[in-house]
Design a protein around this ligand. Structure first.
Ligand SMILES: Nc1ncnc2c1ncn2[C@@H]1O[C@H](COP(=O)(O)OP(=O)(O)OP(=O)(O)O)[C@@H](O)[C@H]1O
Ligand SMILES: [Mg+2]
Length: 356
């Protein structure tokens, strides 16, 4: 049997570069596990933080060491891809956050006309942008927290307008609020604010990260997550819970060992779990996701309400990440999960071809 050459694409110009290396290490291991060894030939490609693509040989060294390469001192030749890229049968991009999860890489791979794992340009872009995502969720009738959208130019406008903007937010939403740049991920630039003064500072800070900002009413809730796998017909996994002692699930809590725990399966009433699984699949379709996604929820125990928080179209995929662990608990092992995702990539690309 000829092996399918899988281009594992990792690293990238994003705050989640290191997580991407860990995800790629785990996927590389699964592709070369005994179950998959006869089917796939692994060809890793590493994108440095400055955007330069490295050959499979160098990428393998990064996978082995787990250490990112430093950016070049001179401006890299971004559009010279390693020659091995032309022989790839299917891509497996695992770059989290901006420039990886937002449709940019997906656009490039679409132009290359080679199948790839995960959502296409539309699903990735809508899933990444918190404002577009919430609009799609609202349209699909999914319940969410109350929110408002403002732009950098409103925040940085003349000093007479800014107080009026804050008045409007004060009136529309309750404290505490969460102020979030629309397009960053990993809790970067997110602030929980309890007073008008904190709101003003957080808006100014968020505006330095992004042109568009979202402000949400904060809820006191448990954080439950569900994994989705499939294309047009997608399935939900068992539900997991994230617990932590910090004020919220911020960047430090996410990426410091021991600051957060994953509980799989989550212990919640059966009807809550069912609602989450249904909503996860609806959210997947609402943004036009494909292949995989992790959908995150707030469960307000006091009222029984379940609110959707967000969808992640390229969720963390390390050996200890929620996404593969939810599938493991649902009976799909890590190597099988990787195999299924490649199968789904081939399926969606042949569906696209038959459309014209
Ligand atoms: N409206 C809210 N009410 C209560 N807690 C919130 C709210 N919004 C965000 N949080 C807290 O902040 C964390 C990060 O927010 P969110 O999930 O929206 O962004 P993100 O994690 O940066 O996005 P991504 O998962 O794409 O990286 C949440 O996991 C939660 O702990
Ligand atoms: Mg999140």
């Amino acid at each position: 049997m000829t092996k399918l050459r899988v281009g594992l694409l990792f690293g990238g110009h994003s705050g989640e570069h290191e997580v991407s290396i860990s995800s790629a290490q785990a996927i590389a291991k699964a592709l070369t596990a005994s179950e998959n060894l006869s089917k796939y030939e692994l060809q890793p490609f590493y994108i440095q933080k400055d955007g330069l693509w490295q050959t499979p040989e160098v990428a393998q060294q990064v996978l082995t060491s787990g250490v990112p390469l430093p950016p070049q001192t001179s401006k890299p030749q971004l559009w010279q891809f390693p020659s091995e890229t032309s022989a790839i049968d299917v891509w497996f991009p695992i770059i989290h956050g901006p420039n990886g999860e937002d449709g940019t890489i997906q656009g490039l791979l679409t132009l290359m006309q080679v199948p790839f794992v995960g959502s296409g340009v539309l699903g990735s872009a809508v899933g990444m942008d918190k404002i577009a995502m919430k609009t799609a969720f609202a349209q699909a009738g999914l319940p969410q927290v109350k929110y408002m959208v403002v732009t950098r130019s409103q925040v940085w406008s003349n000093p007479c307008i800014f107080p009026k903007l804050c008045d409007q937010i004060d009136l529309a939403l309750d404290y505490p609020c969460f102020v979030k740049p629309a397009n960053l991920g990993s809790s970067v630039g997110i602030a929980k604010v309890r007073t008008r003064q904190e709101l003003e500072t957080a808006l100014d800070n968020a505006a330095s990260y992004d042109r568009r900002i979202i402000i949400e009413t904060g809820v006191v809730a448990r954080e439950l997550e569900c994994a989705v796998l499939g294309n047009d017909i997608a399935k939900a996994s068992v539900v997991g819970e994230i617990t932590y002692k910090s004020d919220f699930y911020d960047y430090e809590t996410k990426y410091t060992d021991g600051m957060a725990d994953l509980l799989i399966p989550a212990t919640a009433p059966a009807d809550v779990i069912e609602r989450i699984q249904e909503m996860a699949v609806q959210a997947f379709a609402a943004v036009d996701a494909a292949g995989l996604a992790r959908v995150d929820f707030f469960y307000v125990e006091d009222t029984g309400e379940v609110l959707i928080n967000e969808i992640n179209t390229l969720p963390g995929f390390t050996a200890t990440s929620m996404y593969p662990q939810l599938w493991a608990a649902s009976g799909v092992s890590f190597p099988e999960l990787v195999d299924r995702l490649i199968g789904l990539a081939l399926e969606s690309s042949s569906a696209a071809e038959s459309n014209g």
